[in-house]
Design a binder for this molecule. Structure first.
Ligand code: FES
Length: 107
């Protein structure tokens, strides 16, 4: 199971083993990581699972689809070049050790 680290805006860091195929949003909400809300349940319709992916590893992720790119226009916090929606990132072995930072607000 890939090991993913979530860093909240407070600086609190949580490292979790996420089952392959789960989204990084599911992994966070199932384990009480506060900085991700996931209001729409992962259907790419709420933008409350916004995260900043470690820039050094951004290119390793599948590119965002059109729906994700459109929804990123609706994030509550600053959108950055490394902004992604955690519900659209599936945990795979290739993401082992990935670190994502969570914005100050999701709503
Ligand atoms: S959980 Fe709603 S867009 Fe990701």
């Amino acid at each position: 199971m890939p090991n993913i680290t979530y860093i909240e805006s407070s600086g609190q860091s949580t490292t979790l083993d996420i089952p392959p195929g789960w989204s990084l949003m599911q992994g966070a909400t199932a384990n009480g990581v506060d900085g991700i809300v996931g209001e729409c349940g992962g259907s790419c319709a709420c933008a409350t699972c916004h995260c900043y992916v470690d820039e050094a590893r951004l290119a390793e992720l599948p590119a965002p689809g059109a729906g994700e790119l459109a929804m990123l226009d609706n994030v509550a916090a600053e959108r950055r070049p490394n902004s992604r929606l955690a519900c659209q990132i599936k945990a795979t072995a290739a993401l082992e050790g990935l670190r994502i930072t969570l914005p100050e607000t999701q709503e």
